[in-house]
Design a protein around this ligand. Sequence first.
Ligand code: HEC
Length: 112
Amino acid sequence: MWRRIGIVASSLAVSAALAQSAAPSAQRQAELESMLLQDCGSCHGLTLKGGLGPALRPQALAGKPRQWLIDTIRDGRPGTAMPPWGPILSDADIAWLADRLLRGAPGKEVKR
Ligand code: HEC
């Protein structure tokens, strides 16, 4: 009996871990794309060329480490207007946004 509960609990943990690391679905990607232009764009400019926040185009981000961008999006920058998005976005969503910014446009491959 207890053994069985243990097995169910561990398979739930595995599927939660898979859901976290899997790339967002096509529909989720479309939602993130519109969030990027509308919510992020409200500070970073509608075309991400910069506004209150700095430009987020690939040229502007060139040389900045992917993980550092992910940390910035997840945790924000305390003491600046950049808010933390970790409370409302999954790690997979945030990684997708960072890759999307480095790529510059939906659907292009990221060079790492
Ligand atoms: C309320 C305004 C605001 C919103 C909304 C906002 N940002 Fe920012 N963001 C900033 C500011 C200001 C900075 C610069 C912080 C600093 O001075 O270090 C920044 C910095 C960044 C950086 C680091 C860029 C660099 O070169 O230093 C990234 C990446 C970023 N934001 C992504 C995003 C994403 C993705 C979203 C939407 C999910 C978003 N931001 C929404 C204000 C905002």
